[in-house]
Design a protein around this ligand. Structure first.
Ligand SMILES: [Zn+2]
Ligand SMILES: [Zn+2]
Length: 299
């Protein structure tokens, strides 16, 4: 069974940290106050079902305070952009979803998102590709993609580079497949849409899966570990069924990590995300972000 996030999720050692300054102290206190306003909106993480991520993995979670103490990757004066790196081709329907993804990521992280020129799969050598019996598509080897393609070509102003492919992925021996992997240390990640269903017949479901995995993996690249405290987009996931059950919204421990690392304005962002979700028929998320905006607006 493939794992969402895989072994790269837990890499240690982070780059791009900046020393806290006095002006940061006020910003931090505002974020702490805002986190308390939205805490009642989030359900504690439920007991895992058989086969779920936390049924099979013991993870400690990560509070906002622990996150700050880890000197996470953040936006800096030099690193101001997120990059999307397509690997291989996409259908017209998939391309439409990728355009929506780009808009969503700009709202979610408050950063300019640049789409890089596609890297053709012909650039991937035979020993980094396979087509095992029963596979749904050709598989690409994630260590090659991260170490040989993404890291050497990572732009200097990249907070992170997120690669996306319609090919299937595998991370190494002993794995059937992986949905995606991200490195906390190197600011690169890759994930696949190959198991997300038909983007024409079930467009909203496909879109939701794309958006959810993109912000989960990008969250890792900002140094955010899997969440074990609340029902949250940063929960680990062992299957598509489990990630479909999960929220697409970051909880009151995890969203402040992004407010901090991306220097976000929480109320305006929550309003914009609610409006985006409504416009794209994501009813559940529209209601959740609207609730967050309302709670944040209370004095
Ligand atoms: Zn993960
Ligand atoms: Zn969380």
């Amino acid at each position: 069974m493939g794992l969402l996030g895989g072994g790269y999720c837990m890499s240690a050692g982070l780059l791009g940290a900046e020393e806290s300054s006095k002006s940061d102290a006020g910003r931090l206190q505002n974020y702490r106050n805002a986190a308390e306003k939205i805490r009642p909106l989030f359900a504690k993480k439920k007991e895992p079902q058989f086969g779920d991520w936390l049924d099979q993995k013991k993870e400690p979670g990560q509070t906002f305070a622990q996150y700050l103490a880890s000197s996470p990757n953040t936006r800096t004066a030099e690193r101001t952009r997120l990059y999307l790196q397509p690997i291989g081709g996409f259908t017209k329907a998939e391309e439409e979803v990728l355009a929506i993804l780009r808009e969503f990521m700009e709202l979610h992280f408050g950063l300019k998102v640049i789409r890089l020129a596609t890297i053709g799969t012909e650039r991937i050598p035979e020993n980094a590709r396979r087509y095992p019996a029963g596979a749904i598509a050709e598989q690409l080897h994630t260590p090659f993609l991260l170490d040989r393609l993404l890291i050497p070509n990572r732009p200097k102003d990249a907070v992170a580079v997120l690669a996306i492919t319609a090919s299937d992925l595998w991370p190494g021996d002993g794995w059937n497949f992986v949905f995606g992997v991200a490195s906390l240390k190197q600011r690169v990640g890759v994930w696949s849409t190959s198991r997300f269903g038909d983007p024409e017949k079930e467009r909203t479901r496909f879109l939701r899966r794309v958006l959810q995995v993109a912000i989960h993996e990008t969250g890792h690249m900002f140094g955010i570990k899997h969440c074990t405290a609340y029902e949250c987009c940063m929960n680990g996931s062992n299957s598509l069924e489990e990630s479909d059950r999960a929220s697409m919204v970051f909880c009151c421990e995890c969203d402040p990590k992004l407010w901090w690392s991306c220097n976000l304005e929480p109320i305006a962002r929550a309003r914009a995300l609610a409006e985006f979700a409504k416009r794209n028929s994501l009813e559940r998320e529209a209601a959740e972000w609207a609730g967050i905006a309302t709670a944040l607006g209370r004095s």
